[in-house]
Design a protein around this ligand. Structure first.
Ligand code: V47
Length: 353
């Protein structure tokens, strides 16, 4: 059976066939991914009203792709106080945000109480806001820095009010590529184990993949397959997010950047290979909003959110520092022929706009 027929008859796709999918013309591949998307979500595109908070950029790690860390190229180190973080969350809640997405650098000076206490303080003021916080890389950092087990950190996250985990820190699982781009950070196995333990607590998380730098196509597929295996076991991933590498202000030497076609193909193949993860997010911050809108026809059914502020990718060149106004977001989705559906952080539908 050829690969197109295999996809249409819902056979599982492994490395060799996934690489063949890259060789298809963009339209055929798009059609296949769109069939999968439509079967699950029709013409609905999910988004949420959220606020990203990046409370510190002081980091002991040295990821080559990172422009955000103040230990590398960013000349402005900062660490917010818990009061500042709570104030931001309150302001955003008043503006309609239902989720705070909180991701920090690995700051050895901040202290465990600061890392975990901010969640408790937010929940005391805003018991109904959803806290999506701490990547597996941060969890690993906290466990190592403070001599606790991963289980202890995860338990304390739950006690302090973290509702779900974001997908950051996954980068690329292939060990050679990972060593080259972010040596010293959580290992691939470590990242997957942390999410597995989180899922075992009945909690949900997301998974990212940073692509378009020094990795090759087979590394992307290997990354997806490792996620698919874990998802078979736990069912805890809500969403897969392929992050397009942003090239400014960092130390990663990249010769060739992916074309729009390569990005769309990667989205489409994610939709096909990750047959057990229901949502595929075209994160407009890294793909640009234009390509994210087109990605809706290549398997993507989620565009993340209004964000309000974003510092990590903005430091590397993305046009995301001030998020996207709700009105623009809704109109762009509608005008591109899809149905904007506001969701909560766990993909329950809140409102069809
Ligand atoms: O893991 C760092 C990435 C991630 C660059 O779970 C870069 O809903 C591109 O994980 N170019 C953090 N990306 C952000 C993240 C995320 C974002 C949106 C939604 C969710 C979610 C998660 O940012 C890191 C890293 O892979 N990153 N530098 C860069 N130069």
């Amino acid at each position: 059976m050829n690969v197109v027929d295999k996809v249409r008859s819902c056979e599982r796709i492994y490395l060799e066939d996934a690489l063949k999918l890259y060789e298809l013309d963009l339209f055929t591949l798009g059609e296949l991914a769109d069939e999968k998307r439509k079967a699950l979500h029709g013409k609905k595109t999910y988004f949420n009203i959220n606020r990203h908070i990046n409370p510190t950029n002081v980091c002991k790690d040295i990821c080559k792709f990172c422009a955000y860390s103040a230990s590398r190229k960013n000349p402005n180190p900062y660490t917010m106080s818990v009061e500042e973080i709570v104030d931001i969350a309150k302001q955003s809640w008043e503006n309609g945000a239902k989720e705070v997405h909180i991701v920090s650098a690995h700051n050895p000076e901040a202290g465990l109480d600061w890392y975990l206490g901010m969640f408790k303080a937010i929940k005391e003021e805003l018991p109904d806001i959803h806290i999506k916080a701490l990547t597996a890389a941060e969890v690993n950092f906290l466990a190592e820095e403070y001599g606790l087990s991963i289980d202890e950190i995860l338990d304390r996250m739950v006690e302090n009010g973290v509702d779900s985990m974001p997908g950051g820190g996954a980068e690329i699982f292939d060990e050679k590529v990972r060593d080259y781009i972010c040596k010293g950070k959580v290992s691939s196995k470590g990242w997957l184990d942390i999410h597995k333990k989180w899922h075992k607590r009945g909690k949900k998380s997301n998974a990212t993949m940073l692509f378009g730098h020094v990795e090759r196509r087979e590394h992307r597929i290997d990354h997806m397959l490792r996620l698919r295996d874990l998802q078979d076991e736990t069912g805890g991933f809500n969403c897969f997010i392929p992050l397009v590498y942003q090239k400014e202000n960092n130390f990663l030497k990249v010769e060739e950047f992916p074309t729009g076609q390569e990005i769309l193909k990667t989205m489409a193949i994610s939709r096909i290979v990750l047959d057990n993860i229901p949502n595929l997010k075209a994160y407009w911050v890294t793909s640009t909003i234009n390509l994210a809108l087109i990605a809706q026809e290549y398997g993507a059914n989620d565009l993340d959110g209004t964000i309000e502020r974003e510092s990590i990718q903005a430091a590397a060149g993305a046009k995301s520092a001030y998020g996207m106004p709700l009105d623009d977001f809704v109109h762009l989705i509608k005008d591109s022929g899809f149905i904007p559906v506001e969701r909560d952080s766990l993909y329950n539908e809140l409102k069809v706009w």
